[in-house]
Design a protein around this ligand. Structure first.
Ligand code: AP5
Ligand code: ZN
Length: 216
């Protein structure tokens, strides 16, 4: 099964991705996590993208498309995958169409901007795995510590309020149009199914709605 998770920064894509990948046994492909790993390891890619990401802008389509094509050619993607944070622009989505990569489900997690600004200040992340927590809404078992590895949690460099507002503006301008792109695709060829789930409420309730949509 091939799934795209759409949603604004902080809508809860990463949070819900964990449950979807568990349920369907497919890998999570988060372009954001891949780029953060490159920055941490100071690879040529990481050095190139750091300033762009810290400003809340998008990395160029060429870089992202190459990264994703290379990733989905790996063996563990044979039975499907979950895209988290990709595609983010029409050219990225079109590149998958041109490469013959059919998608089964596109699921949008909908959250209002002001709710997102509130959430981001409390987010804590385990960068190596991409696991995220929230100091109030989704706390780790031990404050400041990742549940699974026992390693310390950090605040992401792009979670400052001003940067979050930039990321939201970029989302509305460049990524939100993908909802229309896939709705039109569903109407034209019927292969892809589009879903919209309300992303405000308990993590558990949202997971239920997400899994119900994907089982349609
Ligand atoms: P990326 O890593 O993709 O970030 P994003 O889309 O901005 O999304 P986030 O990871 O911030 O949020 P999320 O939806 O995963 O939310 P989470 O589950 O953590 O991209 C980062 C940057 O990389 C981009 O700005 C860009 O520069 C670059 N990039 C990446 N992909 C790219 C691409 N394809 N093209 C070009 N550039 C690209 O949840 C957020 C918080 O809310 C957490 O604290 C969580 O615990 C909490 N929370 C979750 N659910 C709930 C709930 N129901 N109630 C209350 N709190 C909740
Ligand atoms: Zn994420």
């Amino acid at each position: 099964m091939r799934v795209i998770l759409l949603g604004a920064p902080g809508a809860g894509k990463g949070t819900q991705a964990r449950f979807i990948t568990e349920q369907y046994g497919i890998p999570q492909i988060s372009t954001g996590d891949m780029l953060r790993a490159a920055i941490k390891n100071e690879t040529p890619l990481g050095l190139k993208v750091k300033a762009v990401m810290d400003a809340g802008q998008l990395v160029s389509d060429d870089i992202i498309i190459d990264l994703v094509k290379e990733r989905i050619a790996q063996d563990d993607c044979a039975k499907g995958f979950l895209f988290d944070g990709f595609p983010r622009t029409i050219p990225q989505a079109q590149a998958m169409v041109d490469a013959g990569v059919d998608i089964d489900h596109v699921l949008e997690i909908a959250v209002e901007d002001e709710e997102i600004v509130k959430r981001m200040s409390g987010r804590r992340a385990h960068l190596a795995s991409g696991r995220t927590y929230h100091v109030i809404y989704n706390p780790p078992k031990v404050e400041g510590i990742d549940d699974e590895t026992g390693e310390p949690l950090v605040q992401r460099d792009d979670d400052k309020e001003e940067t979050v507002r930039n990321r939201l503006a970029v989302y509305h301008e460049q990524t939100k149009p993908l909802v229309g792109f896939y709705t039109e695709m569903a109407e034209n060829n019927g292969k892809v199914k589009c879903h919209r789930v309300e992303g405000v409420g308990s993590v558990e309730d949202i997971t239920k709605a997400v899994l119900a949509a994907l089982s349609e």
